[in-house]
Write a protein of this length. Structure first.
Length: 165
């Protein structure tokens, strides 16, 4: 029975080849392979699979999101930022992409950017407990931004060239 299912699946792929569905299936296959590799902590392999998926279907925000996480895990924050931004370009209300990008910005000392993303994410959070958590993140980012500003300019003068503003 399983053999018949495999043959039927293969025939379906052959019949659909050249159509958008076969392309989507290939992109989904690459995405799944990337996800399996990342769950096995095979980061480089996961990045390769996600990249293949993006080459086939460059409009899937989930692939960019997962590749961003993988880039973060491999110590490539600049590449992660680019993929989180692409995720949000494709799906502007993708809450987790906002949260992860904000956290990455915060760890990188870009408190203003983190703050903006937290504030943008807040209206998307329906759960009261999570709204409270996001509000705490906003408060922490504001405190960090003020502390960084004071450290960069201890005399209290405004510095328009400060990247945090």
């Amino acid at each position: 029975m399983r053999g018949l299912a495999v043959v039927l699946a293969f025939m379906l792929v052959v019949l659909l080849s050249g159509s958008g569905r076969a392309t989507a299936s290939k992109a989904e296959e690459y995405f799944r392979e990337g996800y399996v590799a990342s769950m096995s902590r095979e980061w480089d392999e996961a990045i390769d699979w996600y990249t293949k998926s993006i080459q086939v279907d460059p409009k899937n925000p989930e692939v960019y999101f997962q590749r961003a996480i993988t880039f973060e895990m491999t110590g490539h924050p600049e590449r992660a930022i680019a993929d989180y931004q692409k995720t949000l370009e494709l799906k502007p209300d993708y809450y987790l992409a906002m949260e992860y990008l904000a956290k990455l910005y915060e760890r990188s000392g870009h408190y203003g950017k983190a703050l903006g993303l937290y504030k943008r994410a807040l209206p998307l959070v329906e759960n009261r407990k999570w709204r409270t958590i996001v509000k705490q993140w906003i408060s922490q980012a504001e405190k960090s931004m003020r502390a960084a500003s004071k450290k960069a300019n201890p005399r209290g003068k405004s510095n328009p060239k400060d990247p945090l503003f």
